[in-house]
Design a protein around this ligand. Structure first.
Ligand code: SAM
Length: 204
C-alpha cells in the first residue's frame, strides 16, 4: 500500500513537472504561473483572466488589490468550484466569474464591464478538460481586446508552447503583430513564468 502511494506521489510530481503549466508556487495556497512580482509590476484598475482553472490567479489578483477581477472558464466543474471559493467576493461585486468559451463570451464582457484599464492575463488553452471552438483562442482574444478604447496591459502566458500541441497554428510573429494591432505603441518585453521568458508583456 505504502509502495503504491509513493509511486503515485512521484508519478504525479513527474507529470506536473513536464505537462502542467502550474509549476510556480507563490505561497502554500497560491499556485499559478503568474508570478506575484510580474503582476505587481503591471497593475491596472481591473484584472481580466482567460482560463480560471483552480482560481489561484484570482486569489493573487485579490491580494494585489485590483478593484475588480473578471475571469472566464470553460470547464463547468472548475467554474462551480471557484464560485464557491470566491462567493464572498462575488457577492461584494469584486469578482466576476463567467462560464464558457472566451471565443464566444469576451466581446460581451468587454463591452458591458470593462470601463477602466485592465491587466489581461491571457492563459486559456485546452487542458485535459472540455475544449472550446479553438484549442487556444489567443488570436481572437487579442482581436476582442482591440475593440476596447481603453489602454490595457497584456500578459500572455505559455510562449514556449507556440507552435506545439494546443499552440499549433500560433507563432510569435503572429502574436506580436496582433498585439501591435491592439495598440501600435505597445512595448514588448518578456517575464519569467513556467520557464524563463515564458510570459509576453505588452504595455505602454
Ligand atoms: C493553464 S489553465 C489556466 C491557469 C490559470 N490562469 C492560472 O493562472 O492559474 C488553462 C485553463 O483554460 C481553460 N480553457 C481552455 N479553453 C478555454 C476557452 N476557450 N475559454 C475559457 N477557458 C478555457 C481550461 O479549462 C483551463 O482551466
Amino acid at each position: 500500500m505504502k509502495l503504491i502511494k509513493t509511486f503515485k506521489f512521484f508519478l504525479t510530481k513527474f507529470f506536473n513537472y513536464f505537462f502542467s503549466s502550474k509549476k510556480i508556487i507563490v505561497s502554500q495556497e497560491i499556485q499559478t504561473t503568474l508570478p506575484a512580482s510580474v503582476l505587481m509590476d503591471n497593475m491596472s484598475h481591473y484584472f481580466f483572466e482567460t482560463g480560471t482553472a483552480d482560481g489561484d490567479a484570482v486569489r493573487l489578483a485579490l491580494q494585489c488589490g485590483f478593484e475588480k477581477i473578471f475571469t472566464v472558464e470553460i470547464d463547468p466543474v472548475l467554474y462551480a468550484k471557484n464560485i464557491l471559493r470566491y462567493k464572498k467576493y462575488i457577492d461584494e461585486g469584486r469578482v466576476f466569474m463567467f462560464l464558457g468559451d472566451t471565443f464566444e463570451l469576451m466581446p460581451e464582457i468587454i463591452a458591458n464591464h470593462i470601463d477602466k484599464s485592465c491587466t489581461f492575463w491571457l492563459d486559456a488553452h485546452q487542458d485535459f478538460g472540455p475544449g472550446g471552438v479553438k484549442k487556444c483562442p489567443l488570436i481572437e482574444e487579442l482581436e476582442y481586446i482591440k475593440s476596447s478604447p481603453l489602454e490595457h496591459k497584456l500578459l500572455i502566458d505559455d510562449r514556449r508552447m507556440f507552435g506545439i500541441w494546443w499552440g499549433e497554428g500560433i507563432n510569435e510573429e503572429l502574436i506580436i503583430s496582433k498585439i501591435k494591432e491592439v495598440n501600435p505603441n505597445y512595448i514588448i518585453s518578456y517575464a519569467d513564468g513556467h520557464i524563463a521568458d515564458d510570459i509576453i508583456v505588452a504595455k505602454i
